[in-house]
Design a protein around this ligand. Structure first.
Ligand code: GZL
Length: 344
């Protein structure tokens, strides 16, 4: 179906939707109706209509990623953005994709909360001739032709780099052969970020027989849940040497629980914390010595998604997998200078 036909359907559905709204409003809700009409602009004839299904708003990382979509796909640049927050529920994201298909958008961008459960709705998008770009987290589907490409982080590499950093750090402290007790706060189970970081770190674990993983538990990438899990870890295990926390917001919760237990952090003593994302508030804790190392996960993927869409508009070939560039930060670095140039 060409995008003009789709756009015609979009316009018709839009007007039908508005008429239902109008019919449903009593006389006294004209103000509401006017507000609705003012806020519900229609795409222009030449706009590229993009439906974005976002995971949720669970972390600082996610907030930066969402803002980057709004900064990238602007009306001034010829886009009409329909942005749906999945509120960390897969069923909300599936509903959003079906809404995009019904509206006849030109492109769908999906950041999938977990990897599985997308085959059916991606097949519906394919049948509607709507290209789907997977961004940030990835999907695991039977038929890889169901999506155009994936752009995101090499999460396995993030996990491996964290493990290798810990090995170097322990050696530098004369603890290369000492028994090391580790707990892991995992992200949302089944998400690409959690799978990759867990497996990547586990690969390095295998090279260190003196490292002992006491327990893995999910903090679902949120500060509140991680606080509870860290409290449980501290009540359950006498001697924790290292906390691997698969995102910064869980680290904030873990640090709160550790401090309440009267323990000291990272460079200053009892528990070494290794974190992922490298959001600004976490880098300030690296500077303070409370986080020993933070492995960046670049949230600025929307400009790469835009490049892909522009290539598709020109009928160019697209790489199936595109990784974003990432680095890490640790207590030895001059965070003052590094933070000056950083936008998130
Ligand atoms: C990683 C992203 C993860 C972040 C978390 O790319 O999907 O989800 O690491 C976020 O902060 O919740």
């Amino acid at each position: 179906m060409t995008s003009n036909i789709r756009r015609g359907i979009f316009a018709m559905l839009f007007l039908v939707g508005i008429s239902f709204l109008y019919a449903g409003c009593g006389a006294d809700s004209n103000m509401t109706m006017e507000t609705e009409l003012e806020s519900e602009s229609e795409p222009d004839e030449n706009d590229i209509v993009i439906g974005v299904s976002q995971v949720g708003s669970e972390s600082d990382w996610r907030a930066t990623n969402t803002q980057a979509y709004r900064d990238t796909f602007t009306e001034e640049k010829g886009y009409y953005l329909i942005f749906e927050d999945g509120q960390q529920k897969q069923e909300n994201q599936v509903k959003a994709l079906r809404k995009f298909i019904l509206k006849g958008v030109d492109y769908i961008v999906l950041d999938p909360i977990v990897e599985t459960g997308w085959d059916a709705v991606l097949k519906e998008a394919q049948d509607a001739n709507i290209p789907v770009i997977i961004a940030d987290r990835n999907v695991s589907v039977e038929d890889e032709s169901l999506y155009t490409c994936w752009v995101g982080s090499d999460f396995m590499l993030e996990g491996r780099n964290a493990g290798e950093w810990l090995a170097r750090y322990l050696r530098s402290r004369g603890r290369g052969n000492k028994d090391i007790n580790i707990v892991t706060l995992q992200g949302t189970l089944g998400s690409t970020a959690q799978i990759g970081r867990t497996l990547g770190f586990a690969e390095v674990m295998e090279k260190h027989a003196n490292w002992n993983m006491l327990e893995y538990q999910s903090g679902d990438f949120t500060q509140a849940k991680a606080y509870e899990v860290m409290e449980y870890f501290l009540e359950t295990y006498e001697d924790i040497d290292v906390v691997i926390s698969e995102n910064d917001n869980m680290t904030f919760g873990a640090i709160e629980a550790i401090k309440e237990a009267g323990l000291r952090l990272s460079r200053n003593g009892d528990i070494i914390i290794i974190s992922f994302d490298a959001v600004r508030d976490a880098l300030l804790l690296v500077q303070k010595g409370e986080i020993a190392a933070d492995f960046e996960c670049n949230p600025i993927t929307p400009p790469l998604v835009e490049e892909i869409i522009q290539k598709l508009e020109r009928g160019e070939e697209i790489e199936k997998v595109q990784y974003v560039d990432e680095t890490y930060f640790d207590y030895k670095m001059d965070m003052e200078t590094l933070l000056q140039d950083r936008t998130y």
